[in-house]
Ligand binder design. Structure first.
Ligand code: CO
Length: 132
């Protein structure tokens, strides 16, 4: 079964936006910087999945570009896969466009890749293989 690993939310400031989630009773399980994506991320577990808040670490971050263009808000859906290269090949074979040809190192040391939103109905889809 495919697992919804997390839902990514673009925020200008983690500190400011954590207030909402804390008021909902959620707690931060981890905060880390992901250099490949130029973001600082906070994970807040919710039953069966997590919310990932993404704060850009500089103006050249893809998340900074996203916020400049569309404002803060929902950014991506991440599905956990056991074999990311196999999943990437299957998506390509089905005509979906990937942002990169090779997986990158994401949060928690996972291997990650993204499906281009223009081939996915406007939704940025992330695949994540734990452990990598
Ligand atoms: Co993510």
């Amino acid at each position: 079964m495919t697992v919804l690993d997390h839902i990514g939310v673009a925020v200008a400031s983690l500190e400011r936006r954590l207030a909402l989630y804390r008021a909902l009773g959620l707690e931060v399980a981890s905060v880390e910087e992901v250099s490949s994506e130029k973001v600082r991320v906070a994970f807040l577990p919710v039953e069966g999945t997590s919310i990932e808040l993404l704060e850009p670490t500089g103006p050249d971050s893809p998340v900074a570009a996203f916020i400049a263009k569309r404002g803060e808000g929902l950014h991506h859906l991440c599905f956990r896969v056991a074999d990311i290269r196999g999943a990437m090949a299957q998506l390509k074979a089905n005509g979906f466009e990937l942002l990169t040809d090779e997986p990158a190192r994401g949060a928690h040391g996972c291997l990650v890749c993204f499906v281009h939103p223009r081939s996915a109905g406007g939704v940025l889809v992330e695949l994540s293989q734990p452990g990598g």
